[in-house]
Design a protein around this ligand. Structure first.
Ligand SMILES: *[C@@H]1O[C@H](CO)[C@@H](O)[C@H](O)[C@H]1NC(C)=O
Ligand SMILES: [Ca+2]
Ligand SMILES: [Ca+2]
Length: 511
């Protein structure tokens, strides 16, 4: 059943992008396509996502949005273009966070806020905001060994997201879930219905999981007319943060009668609009016929002919044919008129062109080295009487030139802007390794986390010799050996990092 309803919604979403009504017992849900996206064709030809703005380092492609790529210190985001115009909603999204390391960073944010497209410290989204943030925090910045963690922070603009503490005193609640590197995308469902906020998510272990409860909070008051957003950020550690789909349903609790009433009202409104339009059309037709008496005659004779021949015996098929014929004739007329206009325009263009070429040729003779000759030639030209229409045409030509020049100016300004942008991005790119180096020592918390995981490995291995009772004499030696090995490995690791950073700073001097 769920397969069918998914298929149904998918077909509608892709097909006519119309409104799909899914009825459950008491809630009425409606797909809101202006706040949704879903593969396989997320982007248009110009790489934009319909109804969404994508910014920062986010990359939109046909089947997913990569909010942040697995490169150091990147931030990306996307926001719905339209503010939400319904009270209650549920969003189902499917996402993938993957990286080659045992630990990754920094995480992904789901937003419902009154601000949009602001880059800040909360996983690429704003640092402080009005509304809701649901965060998938991969990296353990506060060292409490409690990440990846999923949590909600509500904000009235008074909280400044505390990245170093994983927002731990700011949370409304959350759950410990490892969502990184799972075989299937994680399904996340965020519901906001009658001031109850619910966050559910799947484990990504099988394809057809139902999301399980992560958090439920009552008495949540979110602002109206806010925007949906997604963001992600990487730091010293970097994962790929991908969102494959984002499907928003508005949730209504009105009874079906009321919705029918509304649709009836809408129908009446549309019908009256249609009548108005028809009346206007008729008035315009009469006016047109008044202005063009020869057409009116044509039409009259046409109508008379029709009345005389087929009018009385016209059957529906003939009528349809005649209507098609009329329509085609109308199109024909319109095309003829267009043709006339185009001819006029071309004529004017040619006149302008010749005027321009005469002006430029005049300039060329002035600019010639044999100025004496042209000076001799000029007086007779000036003496010739100038006609009024010539002056007019020159003025017109000048005006046209002016607009053309303005266009060119805009164009140049546009290009300049783009060049500046390119320069800036070029400047930024060498800065990124530099800013990484500004931290001097490689990111300390990252090092700590890696050491933590090494320690965990050691513990796991040390507790294993019990499983090998056959060689008890060697047990002590193995442990000793292992300790030595770990120390050597750690020294090599730290040494390598120091060597690498000093090597990078040396090579930096060559720039
Ligand atoms: C170190 O890396 C982690 C993980 O990417 C990040 O959260 C943290 O902000 C980084 N610290 C510094 C000082 O850049
Ligand atoms: Ca964190
Ligand atoms: Ca933590």
């Amino acid at each position: 059943m769920s397969f069918h309803s998914i298929n149904y919604c998918l077909a509608l979403l892709l097909g006519c992008l119309s409104v799909c009504v899914v009825v459950s017992q008491t809630q009425y849900k409606r797909l809101e396509y202006k706040y949704s996206f879903k593969g396989p064709y997320i982007v248009l030809k110009d790489n934009s996502v319909p109804f969404w703005d994508v910014g920062g380092n986010a990359i939109a492609s046909d089947d997913q949005i990569r909010l942040a790529p697995s490169l150091k210190a990147r931030k990306g985001y996307m926001w719905s273009k339209n503010a939400v115009n319904f009270d209650w909603w549920e969003v189902e999204m499917s996402m993938r966070v993957s990286g080659s390391g045992r630990v990754g960073g920094d995480g992904l944010g789901f937003w419902y806020t009154t601000e949009r497209m602001q880059e800040g410290d909360a996983f690429g989204g704003p640092t402080t905001w009005h509304g809701l943030g649901v965060f998938f925090d991969s990296f353990d910045n506060d060292g409490k060994m409690n990440n990846p963690y999923v949590y909600v922070i509500l904000n009235d603009g008074d909280k400044v997201f505390d990245h170093d503490a994983d927002g731990n005193v700011q949370q409304l609640g959350g759950c410990l879930r490892d969502y990184r590197n799972k075989p299937f995308p994680i399904k996340v469902k965020v519901e906001y219905y009658r001031n109850v906020l619910t966050v559910l998510m799947s484990n990504g272990l099988t394809a057809d999981e139902v999301p399980e409860l992560c958090l439920r909070a009552e008495n949540v008051y979110l602002p109206r007319n806010a925007y949906f957003g997604l963001s992600a950020a990487t730091g010293g550690l970097a994962d790929d943060h991908d969102v494959l789909s984002f499907v928003t349903n508005s949730v209504h609790d009105q009874s079906q009668e009321r919705s029918q009433q509304i649709s009836q009202m809408e129908r009446q409104k549309l019908e009256s609009q249609f009548r108005d339009y028809n009346d206007k059309l008729e008035v315009q037709r009469q006016e047109y016929l008044k202005q063009h008496p020869e057409k009116a005659q044509q039409q009259q004779t046409l109508q008379q002919q029709q009345a005389g021949t087929a009018g009385q015996f016209e059957n529906p098929q003939d009528r349809a044919l005649r209507q098609i014929f009329d329509g085609q004739q109308f199109i024909h007329l319109a095309i003829q008129q267009l043709h006339k206009r185009i001819d006029e325009i071309i004529g004017r263009q040619e006149r302008t062109l010749s005027a321009v070429s005469s002006i430029t040729s005049g300039q060329v003779t002035v600019g010639q080295p044999v100025a004496a000759i042209s000076q001799q030639q000029q007086p007779p030209q000036q003496q010739a009487p100038i006609q009024r229409y010539e002056v007019d045409s020159i003025i017109r030509t000048q005006q046209e030139l002016q607009t053309a020049l303005r266009d060119v100016k805009n164009f140049v300004a546009d290009i300049q802007g783009k060049v500046i942008q390119v320069q800036q991005t070029q400047k930024m790119q060498p800065q990124q390794p530099a800013s990484y180096q500004q931290a001097g020592q490689p990111n300390l918390s990252e090092l700590r986390d890696v050491l933590n995981s090494v320690r965990q490995d050691t513990m796991a291995i040390l507790s294993r010799p019990q499983a090998m009772p056959s060689c008890p004499a060697q047990g002590g030696i193995t442990t000793l050996w292992f300790g030595v090995f770990i120390v050597v490995q750690t020294v090599i690791f730290v040494g390598y990092n120091v060597f690498k950073s000093s090597g990078e700073s040396k090579s930096k001097k060559f720039y």
